[in-house]
Design a binder for this molecule. Structure first.
Ligand code: GRF
Length: 200
């Protein structure tokens, strides 16, 4: 399975996928390219450190999302991409890219969907006063954080937590369930039936 990872920033989830390929937890997969819409994203450096092709695509070079994503699609095609992972990619994916990779684009979100979609999900959950939160790995559809759910993991919100404490507790679980979901996908063990994802 040839994987492409789309990033915009720090890339700790990218790192967890790289590590779990290198340590053999995920077999028969390789990351062929990491694509960023932000030139100085630390994730690109992580890719280079592991000998992975890194590509910066500047959104301001394109007149609209469709043209920008046409370029992404070119890069995906050039790298024979089978699976696209969003890992801290800060844009909504457009319909052409989604239909080209229906149920082959996966995202990780730092809350228990369908609660707290969108940006700053950990802060949203913290401010709401929930007693549990967590993270969700899901297929990407046309909506924002609305696609079929693959894995969720919950964590407690403790009495003396700050929002940062909660984010850190969630991130630790992100780094476990994202590789788990990728492994299931690569092994052909995810069957999607409408909204429902069954692990076979
Ligand atoms: C993570 O919290 C992820 O859930 C969200 O964006 C953040 C990316 O962090 N989608 P990183 O770039 O993987 O370190």
């Amino acid at each position: 399975t040839n994987i492409a990872v789309l990033v915009s920033g720090r890339g700790s989830n990218l790192q967890s996928i790289i590590d779990n390929i290198e340590n053999g937890y995920i077999e028969n997969a390789n990351i062929s390219v990491v694509i960023s819409d932000v030139e100085d994203a630390y994730a690109l450096e992580r890719a280079r450190d592991h000998g992975i092709t890194d590509v910066f695509i500047d959104p301001s070079d394109y007149s609209n999302k469709q043209e920008f994503e046409k370029e992404i699609l070119e890069v995906l095609k050039d790298n024979s991409t089978d699976l696209v992972l969003l890992a801290g990619y800060m844009r909504l994916v457009g319909k052409d890219l989604i239909s080209a990779y229906r149920n082959r684009i996966i995202n990780i979100h730092p809350a228990l969907l369908p609660s707290f979609k969108g940006l700053h999900a950990q802060q949203q959950a913290f401010d709401y006063g929930v007693k549990v939160s967590g993270c969700t790995v899901h297929f990407v559809d046309e909506g924002m954080d609305t696609g079929p759910i693959i894995i969720q993991k919950c964590v407690p919100v403790l009495d003396n937590d700050t929002a940062d404490d909660l984010s850190a507790r969630i991130l630790e679980q992100e780094h476990k369930i994202y590789p788990e979901a990728v492994k299931l996908f690569v092994e052909g063990k995810l069957k999607v039936d409408g909204r429902i994802v069954v692990h076979t």
